[in-house]
Design a protein around this ligand. Structure first.
Ligand SMILES: *Cc1c(COP(=O)(O)O)cnc(C)c1O
Length: 360
């Protein structure tokens, strides 16, 4: 068996240790005689898995008691619509910060439900930076302020937490969830699709302050109501049991490896290997403003896009896959989530050096 060095933006690399554990428990989960895939979601075995996953996430992120943790389906994309349905609470407008492709999608969906004010944007420089808060034109009557704290495609990350006063702050953290400690109390709602840094696709995590839920816009179906999900412990219907199980094992892996502070330290080290290399040469270019560079998703371009194909082919020969950048940015993108070992990043940098010497 040969495992690839996988730089996919998502679904993405998972810790090998976790995959082996899944394999070991596949046919008989801890003496139950069943695979987790075969269990009733109302049975005691699955309930234990579900509760452990929530408890571990609460512990790792130090989630305050007045926040609900919901394990839902539909991806982060469904949240673009579910958030306004639940958090408008009679208000007529929302504030959005526009920092790239994912904020754009949230803005588009937000417009279905209310007036959207784009209070800051980095469109002028092709989404290569986070607009400083001093430039934001916040509306104190907005229902909430929406940000995307890590733009997966552009590779732009918030390394600071905005202060929106009394207006609730909502954050799409999909692609840097559990990559670093977060002060949850500064946010009204945090959401993330699991398949970037937590587990398999199919699970979406929502962390929401409990006083904000319970007032949906009229005619909201049960499945789009946070309050009803919270009251049913995310079991109104069948949850994504297997994705929750694997994500739970990833959380335990994070706990065994020092928790979020240790993840952050490792992620800084890994990102530094790649960015220090990029800064010390002139063949490749990193388009993102230094202070706002993502530790998770690192886009870079070659001097001529005609070289892209040769770069990707050579990478494949070195066992490295999924480096092609998003079509909106071009070039390459290396996603280096929690489960990417530092040796993977070093192998990439070595290859990049070799390639530049050959074609530079
Ligand atoms: C991938 C991604 C999404 C979309 O997630 P789905 O689970 O596929 O709906 C939204 N926001 C960000 C920041 C992402 O990286």
């Amino acid at each position: 068996m040969k495992r690839a060095i996988n730089f996919s933006a998502g679904p993405a690399v998972l810790p090998e240790e976790v995959l082996r554990q899944v394999q070991e428990e596949m046919l008989d989960w801890r003496g139950s005689g069943m695979s987790v895939m075969e269990m009733s979601h109302r049975g005691k075995e699955y309930i234990a898995i579900h509760e452990q996953c929530v408890a571990d996430l609460r512990e790792l992120m130090a989630i305050p008691a007045n926040y609900k943790v919901l394990l839902l389906q539909g991806g982060a994309t469904s949240q673009f619509a579910m958030i306004p349905r639940n958090l408008l609470r009679g208000k007529t407008s929302v504030d959005h910060v526009y920092t790239g492709e994912w904020s754009k999608k949230a803005i588009k969906e937000g417009k279905i439900f209310s007036k959207v004010n784009v209070v800051a944007s980095s469109e002028d420089k092709n989404f290569t930076y986070v607009p400083p808060q001093s430039s934001w034109k916040l509306d104190e009557n907005a229902a909430y302020v929406h940000i995307c704290t890590n733009e997966t495609i552009g590779g732009v990350e918030f390394h600071w937490t905005p202060d929106t006063g009394k207006v609730p702050l909502v954050a799409d953290m999909s692609s840097h969830f559990v990559s670093r400690p977060v002060d949850v109390s500064k946010y009204a709602l945090i959401y993330a699709g699991a398949q970037k840094n937590l587990g398999p696709s199919g699970l979406t995590v929502i962390i929401v302050r409990d006083d904000l839920i319970g007032t949906t816009i009229p005619n909201t179906a049960t499945m789009f109501d946070y309050k009803q999900h919270a009251e049913a412990d995310s079991m109104i219907n069948t949850p994504p049991c297997f994705a929750i199980y694997v994500s739970g094992l990833v959380l335990q892996w994070i706990k065994r490896n020092g928790g979020l502070p240790a993840m952050e330290k490792r992620n800084i080290e890994k990102a530094n290997v790649l960015y220090n290399f990029l800064d010390a040469q002139s063949f490749y270019r990193s388009p993102v403003n230094k202070a706002d560079r993502s530790r998770m998703n690192v886009p870079f371009t070659l001097p001529d896009e005609k070289l892209d194909e040769a770069f990707l082919k050579g990478a494949k020969e070195h066992n490295m896959v999924q480096l092609k950048g998003h079509r909106s940015v071009g070039g390459m993108r290396a996603s280096i989530y929690n489960a990417m070992p530092i040796t993977g990043v070093k192998t990439l940098v070595e290859y990049m050096g070799e390639f530049a010497r050959k074609y530079g």
